[in-house]
Design a protein around this ligand. Structure first.
Ligand SMILES: NC(=O)c1ccc[n+]([C@@H]2O[C@H](COP(=O)([O-])OP(=O)(O)OC[C@H]3O[C@@H](n4cnc5c(N)ncnc54)[C@H](O)[C@@H]3O)[C@@H](O)[C@H]2O)c1
Ligand SMILES: O=c1ccn([C@@H]2O[C@H](COP(=O)(O)OP(=O)(O)O[C@H]3O[C@H](CO)[C@H](O)[C@H](O)[C@H]3O)[C@@H](O)[C@H]2O)c(=O)[nH]1
Length: 354
């Protein structure tokens, strides 16, 4: 049993990582400022800290065995328009986390890196040796953190694993993807399907770019199921070794184009959603498909789910309820006081928001 702090544990991926770690009987604490996450997505057994990442030093102490660090800004488009948000929100805040971990001698870190560090890498499967040439500030900020972790491991003995996820999709039970605004392809298509099914007016879903050098002109991504992705974190925690920084791509090796995703959503939902062809979205590479050989070799991690299963699970999750509220600790009240464990923060979003 490990004592683990999960930053960003109220987010889409973090909430599933928390659920899987709790199932493995680990002690889990969540640090999240709820900037994009949902309080109700955090399982009730987790200890809750509503805080910004830069205050991690007030949560960590010498009793923690590890940190799983998912908290970040992560929108390619936003990063093109407001790069400074990514230098501050990702790089500066992570530096504060690393300072706190070093101060309290927390020995292990598993970090959410991204395929976006590779940029336009061509059509071959991307290995960890592929050149990193991010095409947007989001990817650049994550690459900077990967470099920080390498130095931290070498200089100070941290055991770090960077997991470079490709495109995460699907749901774990009722834990699905809910962002506002939502920019990701699959949830946008499912929202269009819901509106079409319910006979509501809706703006057609958009296909960003139909002139890419791909088999049907639309961008190709490697979609991985969120449950399998979460399980890779559990394995990575066990693998983290003091003084080393491992970097692992997490993908299936199967590329799916935007048009193929649209077809799969129509097939799974049975709804003939309308789509509109639009210009490319700035910062988007044409193709991102992983080689998963290194993750298979080091972690024994072999993803099996295909994109239709991810869409089916995400579609099913939309009709289910989120779990109940967790224990609340040190959530500031509007008056600047603190709530007792077990009480509910007045700042929390309504339960329907997750
Ligand atoms: N979704 C994907 O396909 C994908 C792919 C590759 C990498 N990633 C990475 O995985 C991680 C999680 O992504 P997600 O899709 O779950 O995003 P998300 O926005 O749903 O979750 C991020 C969580 O972090 C919290 N957060 C953000 N900044 C914070 C800060 N400064 N202090 C405290 N909390 C903060 C948010 O409130 C949210 O709960 C991110 O680091 C992202 O870059 C995601
Ligand atoms: O409504 C939409 C939304 C997206 N797309 C397209 O669909 C593809 C996938 O886009 P997403 O927004 O779903 O995902 P991204 O590839 O932009 O990014 C995701 O995966 C990356 C890694 O590949 C990053 O890590 C990032 O955090 C995560 O958001 C892109 O070509 C995008 O242009 C559309 O055509 N229409």
């Amino acid at each position: 049993m490990m004592k683990i702090l999960v930053t960003g544990g109220a987010g889409y991926i973090g909430s599933v990582v928390v659920a899987r770690l709790l199932e493995q009987r680990h002690h889990v604490e969540v640090l999240d400022d709820l900037s994009t996450g949902h309080h109700d997505a955090v399982a009730g057994e987790a200890v809750w800290h509503r805080r910004p990442l830069r205050s991690a030093g007030e949560v960590l102490d010498g009793s923690f065995d590890a940190v799983v660090h998912l908290a970040a800004r992560s929108l390619v488009g936003e990063s093109m328009q407001h790069p400074e948000r990514y230098w501050h929100g990702n790089i500066v805040e992570t530096l504060a986390l690393l300072d706190a971990m070093r101060h309290h001698s927390v020995p292990r870190l598993v970090f959410s890196s991204t395929a976006a560090v590779y940029g336009d890498a061509g059509s071959d499967p991307i290995t960890e040796m592929t050149a990193t040439q991010p095409t947007n500030p989001y990817g650049a900020s994550k690459l900077a953190i990967d470099h920080m972790l390498t130095a931290e491991a070498t200089a100070h003995g941290l055991g770090a694993v960077s997991l470079r996820y490709f495109n995460v999709a699907g749901a774990y039970g009722a834990l699905g993807e809910h962002h506002d605004p939502e920019t990701h392809l699959i949830p946008n298509l499912l929202t269009a399907a819901e509106h079409h099914r319910d006979g509501r007016d809706y703006a057609p879903a958009q296909i960003f770019g139909t002139d890419y050098p791909t088999r049907d002109g639309t961008a190709v991504r490697d979609y991985i199921h969120i449950t399998e992705l979460a399980d890779a974190h559990v394995l990575a925690l066990e693998h983290a070794t003091p003084g080393t920084h491992e970097i692992l791509n997490l993908g299936t090796g199967v590329g799916t184009s935007v048009r193929e995703v649209v077809d799969a959503v129509r097939q799974v939902t049975g709804v003939p959603i309308q789509v509109r062809e639009a210009d490319r979205r700035p910062g988007d590479p044409p193709v991102l498909v992983a080689s998963g050989a290194q993750a298979r070799r080091l972690l024994g991690w072999v993803p099996e789910a295909r994109v239709t299963a991810m869409i089916q699970d995400a579609w099913t999750a939309r009709s289910q309820h989120a779990p109940g509220p967790p224990v609340v600790r040190d959530a500031p009240t509007p008056a600047g006081g603190h709530l007792r464990p077990g009480s509910r923060s007045p700042e929390l979003p309504p339960s329907s928001s997750s």
